[in-house]
Every structure is written in C-alpha cells, then in structure tokens.
Write a protein that binds this ligand. Structure first.
Ligand code: PLP
Length: 416
C-alpha cells in the first residue's frame, strides 16, 4: 500500500499509467481495426443495406436484416453458420438452447473447465429442483474436469474420452466468470477442439461470453455461444443472444430455439435489427474501450497495492478485470466509485444485498443505458473473503477512465 495517501495525486498516476500502457493500447487498437475491417467487408459481401434495418412483424419470413446478420456473424466469427436473435433472453438462455439442441437422453456433457457459470448449474441439474426440465431430468449425464494450473487437463480428458462412449458435448468456458482463473485464449480453445476431434465425434461447445473481439479470431468450436448485452452487441443491442458454429450444430440448436423443421427461418425482428446490426459494427471498438479501461484499472490498482488479474501488460481473452481488496469496505468503496462515474444513476449509492441464488450478499455497480449490460462499465462482487471486485465494460475509454479515477479516489478515502 502506498504510504502517503493524503496528498496522493491520482491524475499523475493516471498519466504515468497511460504512458506505460501506450504499447498495450496499440495492440488493442490493432485488433479492433482488423476486426472492424472484417465486419465492413462482410457487410459489403452480403449486401447489408438500409432495408436490413427495417422492422418486420408476425412470422418475420424473409426478414432481410435477420438473414443478413446471421451471415455476417458467421463470416466474421469464421464459422459455417450463426443465429442471432433479440428474442434470446440472455446468455444462459442461449447456452440452454445450444446444449438442449445437441444433447439427447443417454448422452453425456463433459465440462473441461471445471464448474460452469453459476446459472448453468440448474440448467444442467447439478443444483436445484428435480423435475424442472434440466438436462439431468431428460436423462443427460454430466461430469466435469477441473483446470490444472489454469490449463485444460488433457490427461484426464483423454482418459474420459477413451472410457465413456456417450460423451456428446465437450464443454469449455472461455471467460473466467466469477472465478480467479485466467480466461482461456483462442489458441488454447483451438487446441482443445483439435484434440477432441482427433479422438471422438463429440461436439466442442464453448461459452464465449465476454470473449468476442478480444482477440483476432474466435474459437473454432462446433458451437460457441454468447450474449448481446455483452461484447457482440457493442453496447447498442437492447437484448439478445447468438450461437455460431458448424451448419449442423447451428441447425440443431435452431430447432430447439423455435421448432424442429422451422429453426431460424422465422422470427420477427420488430425494430431490433438496427440496434443489433449497428451494435455489431461498433463491437470491436467498444470491446477495445473495455480492454483499455481494464488495463488502466490493472495498472492503477496494482500501484495502489492490490492484487489484480490480468496484470496491465498480460494478454487478454475476455474483458474482465479482478481487483482483490481483502476487506469488505475496499470492495464496496470501489463499487461506489464506479457507480459515481457512470452515465446513468450516478447519484445513487450501491449497497450489498441478498441476491436470490447467491449464498453471500452481493454488491453491484451498474449505471447503464441497457439494463444489466456488462459491456457497459460495471463492477460487482460477493461480500466474502477475499473480497474481489469483478470489473468489466466501458462504452468509451474516456468514460471508463473517469470511472476508474472515481473508484480509485473512493478507495483512497478509506485510508485517509
Ligand atoms: C454472462 C455470462 C453467462 C450468461 O449469463 P447471463 O446473465 O444469463 O447473460 C454465461 N457464462 C459466462 C462466462 C458469462 O460471463
């Protein structure tokens, strides 16, 4: 911890950080530039036109915007097919569609990144009521292999694939979620796909939430899945989710999304196309702003004496930054500062509350235009040891930087 907090000059520290971060920011911009170009080239290839922005109603047959955006997602994400819908309620819903689309009674889902994101536990049937329609209720088995030192445990995976013939889905979560591990990189996920495909017919499914556009490419899984109020919505999509992958995997998932035989051929877009299309166009830039905000936070809070992950100069494959405070008041002060520096509801003070489904009280800062959108600057954390703040988002670097400054000031006040 710095000794003389009294006259601490946060602006000087931010200037120092920005000078050090220049090469990091240049790398971030390179990714954003390349991927923006990919998007524009794909828009041109598929005749993205003004008519694509118009709403449809009813069945939505032949909705040009919907059909074109599906093609553009597939192009830009390097997959055979994709399905993007505002009507997918959130990331959990998109993942549920993908898993139920691929798995049948007697099949097994094997997670190779340990316990999946909290909300998936009830989808799988690891936790929660029996009889609600979880994978387990439908006779689908589940098993998991923990990461070893933050890496996929290939020895255990090899053994599992050799021993059980019913593994239909090998599942990996790219982002750290609410854990302290690092995100898996695209290279690591590609290695996983090659490994599995060389040994079995199982589908490789990746929870890609928070990962999109952080690297030059997306993982080459059979199906990867994400939320539009995170990275690929670019901060403009008002709700939604997507899944992308092989033709067959996307088709099977689309049959679960609507009905067998109908799949992705229907779905009125009722005015949401513009937000989803423009949001996708904005997404590489917005993700870059989030990554810069995260890198700045990493630099500043490390200098203030806290353990951060990733460090400011480490490679990023998701937009999450963690700051370990070690005491509840630190975590709360951080969230107060983020809220104070947010565009919406900056006058309110976040307090810990007992959120349904969580064992400990949780504090959340989210002053967002789209409710709950975590591509916008937001921070949260459970009130328990070791009192870690999870920070993500920032629609613009300028606003992200201001949020980090407010958070640092609020934390520094504690030691005055
Ligand atoms: C956000 C997220 C999800 C899905 O959460 P929703 O709140 O349902 O959108 C799943 N996995 C990871 C890693 C996530 O970050």
């Amino acid at each position: 911890m710095i000794d003389t907090v009294k006259n601490f000059d946060i602006d000087a520290l931010i200037s120092e950080a920005e000078a050090e971060l220049r090469p990091v920011f240049e790398d971030i911009d390179r990714i954003s530039e390349r991927r923006t170009r990919d998007i524009i080239d794909s828009f041109r290839k598929h005749n993205m036109s003004e008519a694509c922005l118009y709403p449809t109603s009813g069945y939505g047959y032949g909705d040009r915007g919907r059909e074109t955006l599906d093609l553009v997602y597939a192009d830009v994400f390097g997959t055979e097919a994709a399905c993007v819908r505002h009507s997918i309620a959130n990331g959990t819903h998109a993942l549920t569609i993908g898993l139920f689309g691929l798995l049948r009674t007697g099949d097994k889902m094997l997670s190779v990144t340990g316990a999946p994101y909290d909300t998936l536990e009830e989808v799988i049937g690891k936790r929660g009521e029996v009889g609600v329609g979880s994978l387990r209720d439908y006779g689908i088995e589940y098993d998991e292999i923990d990461l070893a030192d933050g890496k996929i445990d290939y020895d255990s995976l090899e053994k599992a694939l050799a021993e059980s013939e019913n593994i239909k889905v090998v599942y990996a979560q790219r982002s750290r979620g609410y854990s302290t591990r690092r995100a898996l990189t695209v290279a690591q996920l590609d290695e996983l796909a090659d490994f599995v495909h060389a040994r079995s017919n199982a589908y490789v499914v990746v929870d890609n939430c928070y990962g999109e556009f952080t690297e030059m490419t997306e993982p080459k899984a059979d199906l990867f899945i994400g939320s539009l109020i995170k990275n690929p919505g670019g901060g403009l999509a008002m709700s939604g989710g997507y899944f992308a992958g092989t033709k067959r995997a996307v088709e099977l998932a689309s049959y679960r999304m609507t009905s067998p035989g109908i799949g992705g051929e229907v779905g009125a877009t009722i005015g949401q196309n513009r937000h989803m299309i423009q949001g996708f166009f904005m997404a590489p830039h917005t993700v870059a702003a989030s990554k810069k905000t995260a890198a700045l936070a990493a630099y500043i809070f490390e200098k203030l004496g806290y353990e951060v992950s990733p460090r400011w100069n480490e490679k990023r494959s998701d937009i999450i930054e963690t700051v370990k405070f070690g005491f509840a008041e630190g975590l709360c002060a951080f969230c107060r500062g983020i809220q104070y520096g947010s565009p919406i509801d900056s006058y309110v003070t976040p307090e810990p509350w007992d959120m349904p489904g969580y064992a400990d009280p949780v504090i959340m800062a989210a002053g967002t235009f789209v409710s709950g959108a975590s591509i916008e600057l937001s921070a949260d954390g459970p009130i328990r040891e070791p009192y870690i703040a999870y920070l993500q988002g920032g629609l613009t670097y300028e606003s992200g930087k201001y949020g980090i400054k407010c958070a640092a000031e609020e934390v520094l006040k504690l030691s005055r």
